[in-house]
Design a protein around this ligand. Structure first.
Ligand SMILES: *Cc1c(COP(=O)(O)O)cnc(C)c1O
Length: 384
């Protein structure tokens, strides 16, 4: 049994000595803001994903916001996304002036349903924002066909999907732009942080401008020692750039991305095996020829089968000093969206049910074997 002092924090990051040393080196060098380490982190991400432009930012929320502006979302434009996502996906659409439209998820994969997407397309639809939920790739070939057929833009929310692949192609390379998160609980962390990747040079240049006050593309050279340059503001931009201190962490996190993925795959398989004969509903098997990023291990608690409600389960896990997550209460459960758009959870019933039954178990690469068995015995204890 875990002691109080030994609370297992959900999504706690695996920080190694190289990250610590690199941050200390940045502090000693005195170069804290955007600089050479950001450039290196961008280059490393481009190499890892095989995409030719990267703009490091201070969050994935910022990345999604700028992506919406870059693809030209204007007031009244409709953007289709999933109701089973973090609120930032939807808020980014709203901040760009767009109208979010929710297409329900597939009940097994928990990813946006292609049929539902097509049913939601109108003459005002401009873009689709698929989320590779939990690290499982959406059906990218079918989404790409829809995008082509209706002349839409696609922005992939890759917050869970650094390692994700679909038929040999990396997640983030299917859309016009893709947004990544390096928030503390994600697979690669910088504390707070995000990035946009794109193969489109024009988008990349505009995004750099937008990310730094709207100062002309060249202004980023301000962060080098090439001598003084005037900056010229060419549009009203934002303050979304990443710091070198953040990139210092990210560089070494990314270097261990595969090692950590291997560990999470192991944990995933241990959970699958240990929980197979319980009344829980476990994550769907992976689709052939895809690579799952194993970001979230989501179990579903159907009270009629488990004898305990989801919320009671969360409380009891907490009492056993094990942190869990809920990904996510469906977007229409939140009052803001109900009031603004008149949405009801019942409108997207699959996402509603998942949101009310789901629990994410800890799957950080930092967990040791004892942690994993503590989680398993806590879970089986509660549902038996
Ligand atoms: C975490 C997350 C975001 C936001 O990422 P931040 O870096 O915290 O802004 C967006 N979308 C999804 C699906 C996420 O999980």
């Amino acid at each position: 049994m875990r002691s109080k002092e030994n609370f297992l924090v959900f999504g706690s990051p695996d920080i190694g000595q190289p990250e610590i040393d690199e941050v200390v080196a940045s502090m000693k060098a005195g170069w804290l803001g955007t600089g050479p380490k950001v450039a290196r982190f961008e280059a490393d991400m481009m190499a890892y994903k095989g995409i030719s432009n990267a703009i490091a930012l201070n969050s994935c929320t910022a990345a999604l916001h700028l992506a919406m502006i870059a693809v030209g979302i204007e007031p009244g434009d409709e953007v289709i996304t999933t109701p089973l996502t973090f609120c930032a996906t939807v808020n980014a659409i709203i901040h760009a002036g767009g109208v979010p439209v929710l297409a329900d998820v597939d009940p097994f994969t928990m990813n946006i349903s292609i049929k539902e997407v097509e049913a939601k397309i109108t003459s005002k639809t401009r873009a689709i924002v698929p989320v590779h939920f939990g690290g499982r790739s959406c059906e990218m070939f079918l989404l790409r066909e829809i995008v082509k057929k209706y002349r839409l833009k696609m922005v992939e929310d890759c917050a869970h999907a650094i390692e994700t692949e679909y038929h040999g192609q990396k997640a983030g390379s299917f859309g016009d732009l893709s947004a990544f998160s390096f928030y503390v609980t994600k697979n690669v962390v910088t504390g707070e942080g995000g990035m946009i990747l794109t193969d489109n040079e024009e988008y990349a240049c505009r995004l750099k401008v937008l990310a730094l006050h709207g100062m002309s593309c060249d202004a980023w050279r301000r962060f080098s020692d090439e001598g003084y340059r005037h900056y010229l503001v060419t549009e009203a931009g934002y303050k979304y750039n990443m710091m070198d201190i953040q990139a210092a962490i990210g560089i070494h996190q990314l270097a261990r991305v595969e090692e950590n993925w291997n560990r999470r795959q192991q944990i995933w398989q241990i959970y699958n095996k240990a929980l197979a004969d319980t009344s829980l509903i476990l994550p769907a098997a992976e689709e052939p020829d895809t690579r799952h990023a194993y970001h979230l291990y989501t179990i579903l608690i159907d009270e009629e089968k488990t004898g305990v409600s989801r919320d009671e389960f969360l409380n009891r896990m907490n009492q056993k000093n094990i942190g869990t997550g809920v990904h996510y209460l469906s977007i229409p459960e939140h009052p803001y969206y109900q009031q603004r758009f008149g949405w009801k959870p019942q409108d997207t019933p699959n996402a509603m049910r998942i949101g009310r039954q789901t629990v994410s178990l800890p799957i950080s690469a930092k967990l040791d074997d004892e942690d994993i068995y503590d989680v398993i015995s806590a879970v089986t204890d509660i549902i038996n």
